[in-house]
Design a protein around this ligand. Structure first.
Ligand code: SAH
Length: 236
């Protein structure tokens, strides 16, 4: 009888394991440490932003050969002369954009798709545009594989925004230019926030926060930052 019960127990445990066993993310503890040491320590406190940074598997957004550096305090190359921003910058821009449920966001410069994923953990829908076709294709496949159904990707020139889906509560531009594109200002919803690095794309820029209230735009200049340049498919 006892031997029989033991047998049943072993079967149950095996079945249970097969159904419910999820391989543990080997980077979970290093990711939590990144949030503590690089993000909370530097003053980011928005709970939704911190939750998203703890959740999104950044090591799956960098080339496999860089996975070991994915949680270090710096940007990393993602191919095609482009980079994934330093974790702190992603958290900072996310917090500045005041993300929340019910909001719709537009990101210019999908790159790896990491910033889009962080936003998508918090807001309802993220529209994201990438000008390098290969990166757009890779990011779209990666985001699909990771199960992000609320991110809509597009290959194209983000300077023009995505008017069909606007206005947006949040616009985050992750490439630098010497001015904020007029179409993006137009596509910002009332009460919306736009965050973009503005300055000399070849040297250093300042992170700029635009807020729109009753149709009036207010500008705040924040930290010095270093982003890759915003390119154009053609000038118009
Ligand atoms: N947000 C990305 C990193 C951005 S790097 C991430 O989380 O990984 C900046 C990206 O902006 C690059 O991939 C670059 O190709 C793209 N880019 C530059 N100019 C652009 C434009 N006009 N429209 C859309 N994407 C652009």
């Amino acid at each position: 009888m006892i031997a029989n019960m033991k047998f049943v127990l072993i079967i149950l445990l095996t079945v249970n394991r097969a159904i419910f066993y999820q391989p543990k993310d080997p980077y979970e503890s290093v990711r939590n440490r990144m949030v503590e040491d690089q993000i909370i320590a530097r003053g980011i406190s928005d709970p939704a932003t911190l939750r998203a940074m703890r959740k999104v598997p950044r090591h799956l957004f960098v080339p496999p050969s860089s996975a070991g550096q994915a949680y270090s305090d710096r940007p990393l190359p993602i191919g095609y002369s482009q980079t994934i921003s330093q974790p702190f910058i992603v958290a900072y821009m996310t917090e500045l954009s005041k993300p929340g449920k019910g909001k719709k966001a537009l990101e210019i410069g999908t790159g790896s798709g990491y910033q889009a994923a962080v936003l998508a953990e918090i807001v309802d829908t993220v529209y994201t545009i990438e000008i390098v076709k290969e990166l757009a294709t890779e990011a779209s496949a990666r985001l699909k594989m990771l199960g992000y159904k609320n991110i809509i990707t597009k290959y194209g020139d983000g300077y023009l925004g995505w008017p069909e889906h606007g206005p947006f509560d949040i616009i985050i531009v992750t490439a630098a230019a010497d001015h904020i594109p007029e179409p993006l200002k137009d596509q910002l919803a009332d009460g919306g926030r736009l965050v973009m690095p503005v300055g000399n794309p070849a040297t250093v820029q300042e992170l700029v926060l635009l807020t729109k209230r009753n149709g009036k735009i207010t500008e705040q200049r924040l930290e010095s930052v270093l982003f890759v340049p915003l390119k154009r498919l053609r000038q118009d």
